[in-house]
Design a protein around this ligand. Structure first.
Ligand SMILES: Cc1cc2nc3c(=O)[nH]c(=O)nc-3n(C[C@H](O)[C@H](O)[C@H](O)COP(=O)(O)O)c2cc1C
Length: 364
């Protein structure tokens, strides 16, 4: 079966493969730029850019970006796009921005200014996303959903308020990494498998239009992709597999942790964002159990659902501080290591172009 290119808004991506956004600091210029240069779609994460290049674009207090405007620095985001463009030229680049972020609307505008061709948003329903891209008609809008119900709500609201539909959607299934749009019971319920959700989402999309559906969560091989395209997906999104590349912007601590991981190390955790998440059961969680977790200071005030540290105190850790420690701290044992369900399948680092070649089915 030959694969069709992926058309999102006015952009054509030669391969129907998207690299999913990974904050804080895993999918910046090197990973996203390289993926886009290979004919797939690279996604830059706008979250935690205040840590970029040792925090030179942000105001830090005790090594932490002060308030949301420094955690998600517009200057750093511009620089990340500029450097990614040095790798991929004018090939399309997406920007991933969590809806739960305190200064969401501002970051969407910053991303448009920085040259993002698409805005991809999950961790909440982005019902007002079109509001923030009004001056940028070419920027494509791509919400992430976990159900046909969520898609239905977004389409109805966007049609009524803005007279427009999404340019594509990502359907994230329960094997994804990071935050999940499912309850803990749904995550293990076969009725919520990606392959089960997809036909329903295709039917809902057909009621509204013909924008592409990008399936995500636990995709690893050429055969996985072929199977999902046969079920009606127009493209796929992979994140975890790209952590196992030389070009991924993640720290060596994160890459090595996945190389060393076994299936038993991967767990579902509670997060201050208010959704369950998938991560390694790392030293951080052992410290929380021993009541020796790092202090929660809430200097960055990252996500609205946490209510300035209340959510963090409930689950025992600050999401922004712990995710950034995985990438930038001298003591990565304090870090939170997000991973998809198949993170243990990474055995060694590869080049992005080899990962993409194997996804496409090149045997060489
Ligand atoms: C380390 C890590 C960080 C992630 N961070 C984000 C994020 O900041 N925003 C987001 O929308 N999705 C995030 N995700 C989800 C991915 O973009 C992707 O949709 C999902 O992980 C796909 O499943 P896979 O990892 O099995 O390929 C993250 C995933 C991982 C593994």
């Amino acid at each position: 079966m030959t694969w069709n290119p992926l058309k999102i808004g006015k952009y054509t991506i030669p391969l129907p493969i998207v690299q999913g956004g990974m904050g804080v600091g895993l999918s910046w210029d090197q990973l996203a730029g390289t993926v886009s240069s290979c004919g797939a779609l690279g996604t830059i994460s706008a979250v935690g850019t205040g840590y970029y290049e040792k925090g030179r674009y942000a105001k830090l207090v005790n090594g932490r970006p002060l308030r949301p405007e420094n955690l998600n620095s517009p200057e750093a985001l511009k620089m990340i796009f500029k450097k990614a463009r040095m790798i991929c030229g004018q090939a399309p680049l997406a920007c991933n921005i969590l809806y739960a972020l305190n200064n969401y609307g501002q970051i969407v505008q910053d991303a448009c200014e920085a040259g993002a061709n698409m805005i991809v948003t999950g961790a909440g329903l982005p019902l007002d996303l079109p509001e923030f891209t009004k001056g940028y008609p070419d920027v494509a809008l791509v919400p992430i959903v976990s159900s046909s119900r969520a898609l239905n709500i977004i389409c109805k609201r966007w049609l009524k308020r803005y007279n427009r539909l999404p340019d594509a959607i990502v359907l994230e299934g329960p094997l994804s990494g990071g935050h999940l749009g499912f309850s803990k019971e749904q995550i293990v319920d076969p009725a919520y498998k990606l392959e089960q959700l997809l036909p329903d989402v295709v039917a809902t999309r057909n009621e509204f239009g013909d924008f592409p559906i990008i399936a995500a969560g636990g995709i690893w091989t050429h055969e996985d992709i072929t199977g999902l395209l046969a079920l009606g997906a127009d493209g796929v999104q992979l994140a975890t597999r790209f952590i196992g590349t030389f070009e991924c912007d993640a720290s060596m601590a994160q890459k090595q942790a996945l190389i060393d991981a076994t299936p038993a190390d991967i767990a579902i955790i509670d997060s201050p964002v208010g959704h369950p998440g998938r991560a390694l059961h790392s030293e951080l969680f052992k410290r929380i159990e021993r009541e020796q977790a790092p202090k929660i200071a809430c200097i960055s005030n990252c996500v609205a659902p946490c209510q300035q540290g209340m959510g963090a105190r409930k689950v025992g850790f600050c999401i922004a501080d712990r995710l950034s420690d995985t990438q930038f701290a001298t003591d990565p044992t304090l870090g939170l290591y997000f991973t998809g369900a198949y993170g243990y399948r990474i055995e060694k680092l590869e080049r992005v172009k080899h990962v993409i070649a194997s996804l496409v089915g090149d045997k060489a």
